[in-house]
Ligand binder design. Structure first.
Ligand code: NA7
Length: 535
């Protein structure tokens, strides 16, 4: 059976829910499909203990509805996963969004044929619509590394990115944690508290900054509400979609004492902003070194064993060029007797055995294995669907040499398909919620204009997509980001994936102006094909 609508939205995370709301209130028929049993997207699946957003809660929330904004009080500066999920459930209730959704629906393919997208699902049910909006998320295609022997492990196995609804009981257990990105770094202190023994298997060390999370006081909540309009105005065209800026001077023009003061201030305030304390920090190696040395001193201050401290200091990337992590007491766990760090660069894992892990140097007996091994980020959720265009060309082929997009939103050869937060957009480098609102608004304006003009197909010109993709690459080349040995921004965490810096790093405000400009110039760069008579 095929269900038909004007638009299909894949995903019920922040972007998908907003898209469904906007489409439904714009007079278009919309069907949303979502693999999970309920709304939440990445916040549905990543429910491991300690999961938190690294953008302040008051910014990481919708701006489109003043009443919604006024009616919701965030309890903490950085919201934890249960509160973010509760917020998304509240939004779904308030705007009656679930009635548009089919949950538990795994999309396995999509093909454009005779003016329509046909979406195939794992159950064989199909959906058809003129437009397909993929709100599939940047961090949703889970990376399950193929480590020798992993299927023979006789203990419990968990993935942070697909955590069970009921937390496993880790008391009195020996737990192995593989992966030290944000997820591993957030979950580790909680496991260290619960488990008898925790072994952290670290392949690459990451920089992490104390989150300095705290509850918002009643007074602060009142102030936030009063200042919300101004806060949103300041974020609207800001470089990361939040109201925060950098120190007013470049690090290289600042005296060492003043540099340290600025870095201490950011360190104590906590969070990802440390990664851009100075404007030149992620573009000038000398400025980056100032911040890097400071962070390394903090690691050595906290971790008492100097060998362990050295192992925790990254060697393979300028600070901030891999997503900087934020934590609640990560480094300090390595001072505990029940926590052990295993440096996989020194002793790689040879195999997982039924009772633990064997490295080149030792055997680690384990009852539980937790994988915090990340995602096939930004492109994985899309290439796993691998949509095909009218000429039969498939996304994986089109992106064989790296993602090719127009504004990170459209792909040549795949008409009427939109990739919200796709590669080539600022997405993961900006406030994802505001970013989703901007992109969804742009797409819906385009769809409405196209329908009014009887347009059947919208597709970016190949040269326009190439020009945008070149701009994305050039913006990255002006920074130190491509210098990281490996990162999910570069796709190099996934075997066989083309190494390309995927997000647009020219700034959220600059990106938004580009989108505005394209719309004001009658969607220059797009080919709009008008429906032929009789069709
Ligand atoms: P990340 O940041 O991609 O981290 C994944 C971690 O898993 C990282 O330390 C990897 O080491 C490690 N990893 C991956 N595969 C293996 C294998 N085979 N063996 C050992 N270690 C491995 O994912 P997260 O979920 O932590 O965070 C993703 C984003 O979510 C984060 O940046 C925030 O924006 C929110 P590697 O560095 O590749 O050597």
């Amino acid at each position: 059976m095929t269900e038909v609508s004007d638009v299909i939205v894949i995903g019920a995370g922040f972007a998908g829910l907003y898209a469904v709301h906007r489409l439904a209130t714009s007079g278009l028929s919309v069907i949303g499909v979502e693999a999970a049993p309920d709304v939440g997207g990445t916040w549905y699946w990543n429910r491991y203990p300690g999961a938190r957003c690294d953008v302040e809660s008051v910014d990481y929330s919708y701006s489109f509805d003043d009443d919604l904004q006024r009616s919701w009080q965030w309890s903490e500066r950085f919201a934890a996963q249960p509160e973010i999920l509760a917020y998304l459930r509240h939004v779904a209730d308030r705007f009656e969004l679930r009635r548009h959704y089919r949950f538990g629906v795994d999309v396995v393919g999509a093909a454009f044929d005779r003016d329509r997208w046909h979406v195939q699902t794992a159950t064989g049910h199909t959906y058809a619509a003129q437009f397909l909006l993929c709100a599939t998320g940047c961090l949703s295609a889970v990376n399950r590394p193929n480590i020798a022997g992993v299927d023979d492990f006789s203990g419990e196995v968990y993935f942070t990115a697909a955590w069970p609804r009921e937390d496993p009981d880790l008391r009195d257990k020996r737990v192995g944690l593989i992966g030290t990105g944000s997820s591993g770094i957030q979950v580790a202190p909680i496991i260290a508290d619960q488990a008898r023994h925790l072994v952290v298997f670290q392949r690459s060390a990451n920089y992490t900054i104390p989150m300095s999370n705290r509850p918002w006081s009643i007074e602060e909540q009142r102030e936030i509400q009063e200042q919300y309009p101004e806060r949103r105005r300041a974020s609207a065209y800001a470089s990361a979609g939040t109201p925060h800026g950098t120190y007013p001077k470049n690090a290289v023009d600042t005296e060492p004492g003043e540099q340290a003061e600025a870095l201490w201030k950011r360190w104590r305030e906590g969070g990802v902003l440390f990664a851009k304390t100075f404007p030149d920090q992620t573009s000038d190696p000398a400025a980056n070194d100032v911040a890097r040395r400071f962070a390394e001193e903090r690691i050595r201050d906290i971790v008492t064993d100097p060998v362990v401290a050295t192992d925790l200091i990254p060697l393979d990337h300028p600070i901030g060029t891999k997503r900087i992590c934020t934590d609640s007491g990560y480094y300090a766990i390595f001072n505990r007797d029940n926590v052990q760090l295993v440096n996989l660069r020194r002793e790689p894992i040879r195999e997982i055995t039924p009772h633990g892990a064997r490295t080149s140097a030792a055997i680690y007996p384990l009852d539980v294995l937790i994988f915090a091994t990340g995602f096939d980020a930004m492109t994985g959720a899309l290439t796993r669907i691998n949509p095909s265009g009218p000429g039969g060309e498939r996304l994986r082929d089109i992106w064989h040499d790296g993602p090719l997009t127009f504004l990170g939103l459209m792909v040549p050869g795949l008409p009427n398909l939109f990739t919200i937060s796709g590669p080539g957009s600022p997405s993961v480098l900006a406030n994802m919620v505001l970013h989703a609102e901007v992109q969804v608004d742009w797409v819906i304006d385009l769809i409405r204009a196209a329908r009014q003009q009887g347009v059947s197909e919208i597709e970016p010109r190949l040269d326009a997509a190439r020009a945008w993709t070149d701009q994305v690459a050039e913006a990255a080349e002006r920074t130190l980001f491509p210098k990281a040995a490996s990162s999910w921004y570069l796709g190099s965490n996934i075997e066989g994936k083309k190494r390309t810096f995927m997000p647009y790093i020219g700034g959220f405000g600059t990106y938004r102006r580009h989108c505005d400009d394209v719309a004001q110039h009658n969607y220059a760069g797009l080919v709009l094909t008008t429906r032929s008579k009789g069709k």
